[in-house]
Design a protein around this ligand. Structure first.
Ligand code: F6R
Length: 609
């Protein structure tokens, strides 16, 4: 949550920081602020609302060659100008931007108050600014080390000292921080997105490290004040991937990228061995013989990533015949989960920074377990700290609502299930069949996207309903959950997903003329059962929308609206069934005039528990 950026160099920091903030806005967008040093003065400008609000209030004359900036997702204190960052020390000489939560802020605040410090804001961050003032006696690095020693909690920090305009200091514990190394300029940010317009050369700050940058040098130290050497990495993502292009929203652009994204998930073929009917995945860091020691698998994630993890569990059980369960990372972390030698864990995360998943991963690793990551963001914390893993290569996902990352995560699970399945029970011919099913998916997604207008019409018909249910069974049950999540998060219409078998055990009480049900009905074992469930809804005057790969007249008779998708093997069907649900949610939210890419109360990267 919260995006932070700092700049130091020969250029005016203002446009660089504002541009960087816009690229970080998806992390939080309730208020923003900028702090600069110019002509021996520290100036701070903060505004409630989106970054565009701050931008309008900034005079063209302000500038500075070093500065820090922040876009906020409120945790402590209301959304207003005062609680926006930077937070400034009582003497007005030190400014701080912070991403994370200081758990012991209230005891620190009481202590500082009794020592005479006056607090302006309700934030936890302000204690850091005052602590820095308290410990500053001329040496900024010493002040930072002493202040950090007082903090419990998570932080990504960038600090500006009026007395030292030639340096910025960053610190990290639990919230990401990356340094961009440019030509006579240096940047610090919570996310590479914010840097790559200026430099592709980056290195990551690790937990409990602080970094001091000048315009042409950097120095990283750990908590013992020992220098840590850093390896510079090159970021490969293209700038165009961060632009909306001809689309009105990033979400729509990302939905339409999905044929290509699926191709990338199997490496354009590079992750497939068609002759052997299997997949090959580098980076798992598992010896071939060790695969036979896997007794069971646990997949985990949050939100959309959790639904991908649920589908992953389904694929691994069905294709690899390995007992697998999916769990929300936040639950797994605190329930004294069983970690055994034969258990393999998968942490699924687009951002690779989700704290619920990161803390669950660390807990398992500390107990001796092995956790593999399925991540999108290269170099993210989960990607770096996992014991191995697979990148999904979906490219930057900017819209807060996840779309292309979901199908890439599912596709990678399919590859894993195929690989492990071929080592066990799947014969070559069936493996080859699975490969051709997967490689046919991009064109089938394109077929669905060509009918986007049909979904727009459908969306206009249903946009005024207050509640919508999403129902399916089997491997498409998590897709029903994902469809409901997409709709609620961007349109604010109340939507719930259920397994169609479960509705008669309670949720069917919600059904009436005012509550439509969207069914995902694919050919397979539960086809007739789903038809029965549709009958149950119709009998209670509920409207039925069916998304199906079958043209069976019985579905058409039972549904008020019907959307046909291409046929596929059941195991790859989620890669198709989810597409109409994404577009349905998008078109409803857009028709209702909602802020599709930045829905209220949400943030893209959730770095608090
Ligand atoms: C929903 C959505 C969230 C994320 C969740 C996990 O559209 O985007 O539910 O899926 O916050 O995020 P990552 O995948 O970054 O761990």
């Amino acid at each position: 949550m919260c995006g932070i950026i700092g700049y130091i160099g020969n250029k005016n920091a203002v446009p660089i920081l504002m541009e960087g903030l816009k690229r970080l806005e998806y992390r939080g967008y309730d208020s923003s602020g900028i702090g600069l040093i110019n002509r021996k003065k520290l100036s701070v400008h903060k505004k409630e609302g989106k970054i565009s609000v701050l931008e309008k209030t900034l005079s063209k004359t302000i500038h500075g060659k070093s500065g820090i900036a922040h876009t906020r997702w409120a945790t402590h204190g209301q959304v207003n100008d005062i609680n926006a960052h930077p937070q400034v020390s009582a003497n007005g000489r030190i400014a701080v931007v912070h991403n994370g939560i200081i758990d012991n802020y209230s005891s620190l605040k009481s202590r500082l108050t009794s020592e005479g410090f006056k607090f302006q804001s309700e934030t936890d961050t302000e204690v850091i600014a005052h602590l820095l003032q308290k410990y500053y006696t001329g040496d900024p690095e010493e002040a930072v080390q002493k202040a950090l020693a007082q903090l419990d909690g998570t932080y990504g920090l960038i600090i500006l000292f009026l007395d030292h305009p030639d340096i910025l200091i960053g610190a990290r514990n639990g919230s990401p921080l990356v340094v961009g190394v440019g030509e006579k300029e240096m940047l610090l940010a919570s996310d590479v997105n914010a840097l790559i317009a200026h430099t592709r050369q980056v290195f990551y700050v690790e937990d409990r490290e602080t970094v001091l940058i000048t315009k042409d040098s950097y120095k990283t130290v750990n908590m013992n004040n020992s220098v840590v050497s850093k390896q510079i990495e090159k970021i490969e993502w293209e700038m165009a991937e961060f632009e909306k292009g001809d689309f009105n929203h990033f979400m729509l652009k990302e939905i339409f990228e999905q044929p290509e994204v699926i191709r990338r998930s199997y490496g354009g073929g590079g992750r497939l061995l068609p002759g052997f009917g299997t997949a090959k995945l580098g980076g798992l860091n598992i010896e071939k013989s060790e695969y036979f020691d896997i007794d069971n698998i646990v997949t985990m994630g949050m939100g959309t990533a959790y639904y991908a993890a649920m589908i992953g569990a389904y694929l691994l059980e069905n294709m690899a015949r390995i007992p697998t369960v999916a769990e929300q990372s936040s639950e797994l972390r605190y329930r004294n989960t069983i970690v055994r030698k034969g258990t393999l864990f998968f942490a699924v995360s687009q951002s690779g920074e989700t704290l619920d998943t990161l803390t669950a991963m660390r807990e398992i690793q500390n107990r001796g377990g092995r956790v593999l990551g399925i991540c999108n963001s290269v170099g993210s914390t989960i990607a770096r700290e996992s014991d191995g893993g697979v990148y999904i290569h979906a490219g930057p996902e900017i819209a807060v609502a996840s779309t292309k990352a979901f199908i890439s995560q599912v596709s990678v699970f399919f590859l894993l299930a195929l690989m492990l399945g071929r080592m066990r029970d799947i014969p070559t011919s069936a493996g080859k069949q699975y490969i051709s099913e997967l490689t046919a998916i991009p064109d089938k997604i394109s077929e669905i996207l060509e009918k986007a207008d049909e979904l727009k019409t459908l969306a206009n018909k249903y946009k005024h309903y207050k509640n919508i249910l999403f129902l399916s069974r089997g491997i498409n049950y998590p897709v029903a959950l994902e469809g409901a999540l997409k709709l609620k998060e961007i349109s604010y219409i109340h939507a719930e997903g259920f397994s169609a078998g479960d509705i008669k055990h309670g949720p069917i009480a919600l059904v009436n003329e005012e509550t439509p049900s969207l069914f995902i009905v694919t050919k397979g074992e539960t086809f007739d059962k789903l038809l029965g469930n549709m009958e149950e809804i119709k009998a209670r005057k509920g409207k039925v929308i069916a998304i199906s790969n079958s043209e069976d007249n019985r579905i058409k008779d039972l549904s008020d609206d019907f959307f046909l998708i291409p046929e596929s093997h059941e195991m790859v069907s989620p890669l198709l069934t989810v597409i109409p649900l994404q577009l349905f949610a998008y078109y409803i939210a857009d028709a209702l005039g909602k802020d599709v890419d930045q829905p209220r109360n949400l943030a893209k990267t959730v770095t608090v528990e």
